[in-house]
Design a binder for this molecule. Sequence first.
Ligand code: 4AZ
Length: 308
Amino acid sequence: MRKEAMKVQLKIIQHLANCITFTTTGRKNCGTRPLMDEKKTESRIIGGHDAMVGSWPWQVSLQHYTIGLGYFHLCGGSLITNNTVLTAAHCVKKNRNAAFWRAVIAVHHLHAHNYYTRKRRVSTITVHSDYDSESYENDIALFTLIKHVKYNNYIQPICIPENDTIDLYPCYIAGWGNTKEKGVGKLILQEAQVDVFPLRLCNRYDSYAGRLTENMVCAGSLTGRVDSCQGDSGGPLMCYFRNVSRYYLIGITSFGLGCGRPRYPGIYVRTVNYKNWIDAHLIAKTTDVSIRWVPIYWIVAWTVFYIL
Ligand code: 4AZ
């Protein structure tokens, strides 16, 4: 009887730990845009245009510090918990030292922060151990923030998909990257609607010719009018799922042959394939958040123990 009670007690502790980690990091209410009306059908976007303030509440600007220059936007990222930003591994090729980086959240104009804009220093950078800079395989990394952010109308996490889905529509990309292949970045966040293509189409001999793997998503436009570019890397490829009324992070902006070239859409990291990797590296980082709840676990667990 005591053994059984112990088992039940352990199960309850585990369940509580899971629930609390999940709710304190806010992943349950992911992928919603409080300031946007999803019912309004947006017209199709050709090329990029200014995003509206608060339209992508998980969009992050990852900035690197250089002496004399200060912080400089290098990559995009997506907020997936209240202290974690998902980005591309190649974003940290310049410097993997967390001390040189900051994440800016709820920012629209890179040089004009708002009262709700949050700047956070980074405690750890976790790069996928099998990232290959030649093939861009496993181009994924996690930035853990020193201090968590509070969710509000301007700050929300995006959902990570659990299962592969084929019917992706509508999907968007966003970032402060170059608007031309040899151009410069924009100060105001840009967004564009993209099509997601079957991998075999992008792997044809006159396109990426077999270089793309199952860990990648090919998206943009075949005529080359809509694409991501340098400076957008690490940012989101996000799709809206009407059945659940939420946005999911389908891809992470990774690479491409140039920008906006016909037959060469942008290539994104297929996040669904990294769900386990992400979770494994989150749990370790979020224990400090749930540790506050330990006394409550014990009270519940001991109460159950004595009742049984
Ligand atoms: C880059 O250099 C880059 N057209 C990102 C995305 C694409 C190309 C280049 C896709 O970070």
